[in-house]
Write a protein that binds this ligand. Sequence first.
Ligand SMILES: O=C(O)CCC(=O)C(=O)O
Length: 277
Amino acid sequence: MNIREEFLNNYLVHLKGALSRSLCEDWVQDYFTRTGIDESDPGTFPQEPDLFSERSRTIPMREASPMTWDAVCELLGGEDQIEERTLYFNNSFNLNINNGAHEVWKGPSSESPGWHKDGWFFRHFLDSPEQALLCLVIWRDIQPRSGGTFFAPDSVPPICRDLLAHPEGLPHTRGWGRFIHECKDFRELTAETGDVFILHPFMLHAPSQNPCGRIRFMNNKVVSLNKPMQFNQPDGNYTALEASILQALEVESLNFHITGERKRTEDFSCMEEETAA
Ligand SMILES: O=C(O)CCC(=O)C(=O)O
């Protein structure tokens, strides 16, 4: 199965060994050195159950992971379509230190807390360019019950329907987690060092508990388009992302026009002024 077919079948692509183990281990060890954390001594771990580590390193995606680069370009219609600032990996790790470690383990379900769709920096439309893919970069092995992100592939169609019904746009505070009750396919991410999961940008996901005693090293990288998606191409030549949305809505094409104003923060920071819908 090629990347496009995999994305259309599953609304995600699992790239195995997309980054070299040596690069991942070097960056993780650098985190321990900078912070003085001893991974064999949980007494030295940060007090917060989860946090973002400080960013001190950046590397072009093309250089760090040609496999991810090729997949992202394939799904979005080529390098020219992609916002250049979003084509880098960095070491602002999304750390799950020991979230919910002392509570009874609960696997992914509609009752799991924290289901959401990403994109706190813009107003959301069906064709929004800002969050075109959600890449989860895995810097260390993640075994079951070790903080792997929960995700629900069948959340994509209900989210597409909600966005279609709101051409005026929706705030990032929409509360898309409500659509988890229309889902049946709940998964826990497990992966090996250097894997990359490319998730559909509309996929609901949530943090999980991490009782394993090891810090979970992941980061969540946004990839943006330069221009809004187009669902009414005269030649029917859709990118995999556009095709996935048409597929989720069970239509061949769509005459979609926004009726509200596009808004975003230029630096990807959280939009403050939006109110919940
Ligand atoms: O930490 C996690 O596993 C969840 C991450 C997440 O929800 C996000 O980055 O949007």
